[in-house]
Design a protein around this ligand. Structure first.
Ligand code: FAD
Ligand code: DHB
Length: 390
């Protein structure tokens, strides 16, 4: 069997790419190692930039998002219990973000893909990529115990940080950059009313906390925890009381407790692989880079990569242009590195490190106080938070 584009991974990047190609009449197949219920049940990000919302509109998968998503024109930043509003809409001349869970984005994109006759092979085992330096690359996998081989024109590795795509690139051609932080985020989903009308990013001497939401009745909250902590260390009671402490006395009172129905710890890491392409293989999303979640950029960067990659593939299939495919890596990486910088900066400024009583810790606190007191500082934060232009 031959398909123009073989896409590895059924996360937001693989799904969006498949849709963007479909609306231009270009066929693709998605190979996903997990089953559909697993992919649709994964709890991850919650903030969509307008660019990401625009891509969902372009592929016509925006109806439920428009109905159920919540537009936010600002965030709160709290420092040791003192909360300040950052009016992002005003600071950026009208830009906002959309609160709509990645889980819902994924469910909507899968359903629409299948409704349009698109092919997604779930539980595709042992995916391997071959002949990526030739004009006829091949993909092999095993389905229900049977080996399958596909030939294709291009392979898009949208298969996340642990995927097969980056591992198939010749390691001598790949340069990686990495920073691992000495803490993770304990995240909780609970049936409760949000703490405030917008998200609260809280910097506290005991550690960072974030109060987010999925709807008027479901909250998503996070607290910074040491990398060595295990989920068993955190009873629901311990979580709620730590969250209250980090929000300070007045805002702590506003926390509504409710049934916790998901709890997990995610490590924090910054990572970039260069280049994002080799031969006929192209990396997009977490396959090529990871950001710590503080700036809410992971999912949005996956979307911007896919925007550039879809334009490049459409240019090739419609106009036989090679230039956009040749420059894809540089074009995507230019935006990736700016989001890496913003995510690192927000993480560094808002989290507590072991040195917070030392010089470096004092400098971080001074930087946060400066940013919060300066229109120029707040503007730089706001324009990055809503997402830099494509
Ligand atoms: P993924 O969503 O990782 O999708 C990759 C897909 O490829 C998966 O379905 C995987 O099963 C599949 N796959 C992998 N290997 C293979 C293979 N060999 N063969 C076939 N299929 C394969 N970002 C935020 O902004 N805020 C957050 O709060 C946040 N929380 C996160 C929590 C966790 C635990 C993780 C892992 C990420 C989180 N992120 C968060 C980041 C954000 O979710 C990602 O940036 C986003 O999912 C990237 O989308 P993607 O499609 O590139 O990759
Ligand atoms: C959420 C996650 C983030 O990383 C963030 O910065 C804001 C919100 C969330 O899961 O809701």
């Amino acid at each position: 069997m031959h398909v123009p584009v073989a896409i590895i991974g059924c996360g937001p990047s693989g799904l969006l790419l498949s849709h963007l190609l479909h609306v231009q009449g270009i066929d693709s197949i998605i190979l996903e190692r997990k089953d559909r219920a697993y992919v649709e049940g994964r709890i991850r990000a919650g903030v969509l930039e307008m660019g990401t919302v625009g891509l969902m509109e372009r592929v016509g998968v925006d109806a439920r998002m428009k109905r159920e998503g919540i537009i936010h024109g600002g965030i709160y930043i709290s420092v040791n219990g003192k909360r300040q509003h950052v009016n992002i809409e005003e600071l950026t001349g009208g830009s906002t973000v959309m609160i709509y869970g990645q889980t819902e984005v994924t469910k909507d994109l899968i359903q629409a893909r299948l409704d349009h006759g698109g092919e997604i092979v779930f539980e595709a085992e042992d995916v391997s990529l071959h002949d990526i330096e030739t004009s006829k690359p091949r993909v092999r996998y095993v389905k229900d115990g049977n080996p399958v081989e596909l030939s294709c024109d291009y392979i898009a590795a949208c298969d996340g940080f642990h995927g097969v795509g980056r591992q198939t690139m010749p390691q001598s051609k790949l340069k990686t950059y990495e920073k691992v932080y000495p803490f993770g985020w304990l995240g909780v989903l609970a049936k409760a009313k949000p703490v405030a009308d917008e998200l609260i990013y809280a910097s506290h001497d005991r550690g960072f906390a974030l109060c987010s939401m999925r709807s008027e009745s479901v909250v998503r909250h996070y607290v910074q925890v040491p990398s060595s902590d295990k989920i068993e260390d955190w009873s629901d009671d311990r979580f709620w009381s730590e969250l209250r402490v980090r929000l300070g006395e007045a805002d702590g009172e506003l926390v509504n407790e409710g049934e916790v129905f998901e709890k997990s710890i995610a490590p924090l890491r910054s990572f970039v692989a260069e280049p994002l392409s080799h031969g006929r293989l192209f990396l997009a999303g977490d396959a090529g880079h990871i950001v710590p979640p503080t700036g809410a950029k992971g999912l949005n960067l996956a979307a911007s990569d896919v925007h550039y990659l879809s334009e490049a593939l459409i240019g090739k299939f419609k106009q036989n242009r090679d230039d956009l495919l040749e420059t894809y890596s540089d074009t995507a990486l230019a935006r990736v590195w700016k989001a890496e910088r913003f995510s690192w900066w927000m993480t560094t400024m808002l989290h507590t490190f072991d040195d917070h009583h030392d010089f470096d810790g004092r400098i971080r606190r001074a930087e946060l106080e400066y940013i919060l007191s300066s229109k120029a500082g707040l503007t730089t934060l706001a324009e990055n938070y809503v997402g830099l232009p494509y």
